[in-house]
Design a binder for this molecule. Sequence first.
Ligand SMILES: [Zn+2]
Length: 137
Amino acid sequence: MTDWVKPLPLPDNVSAPYWAAAREGRLLVQECPQCGNRQWYPRALCTRCAAEPEWLECTGRGVVYTYCVIRQMGTAGFRDEVPYVVAMVELDEGPRVMGNVIGVDIAEVHIGLAVEAEFIAVADDIGIPQWRPLPNH
Ligand SMILES: [Zn+2]
C-alpha cells in the first residue's frame, strides 16, 4: 500500500462498493436497470428516473474530455506534486470521471488523449483510480 498523506475518501453506504472495487483494481460506474442511464459519481438514485442503480464494471479506458494543470497548491500531500493534471476522463462506457493524469509530461496532456485507469491502494478498503496514457498515445 502506498504512503498516502492526502485526505482519504469517506466511503458511505452508497459509495463503499466503488472504493472497494478500486482497491481491487476494478473501475465501477452505476447503471440504471430501469432506464439504462449510466452515472458517476456514486449516488443512491438514478439521476434520470430515480430508480436504484446497479454497478457496472468498466474497461478502465477512456479519453481526456477536459483537464487543468495545477501549478500552485499549499496543502500537504499535494504541494510536492505540482505541477500536476486533474482531468475529466470520458469512459468508453460513457460517464465522465475525475482524476489525475500520471506518467506523462504535462505538456503532452491534451483533450482526446487515450488513457487507462491505474489504481493506488490507499487503505484496506479504498483504492483511487488515476489515469495513465495508453502506449503510443
Ligand atoms: Zn434510470
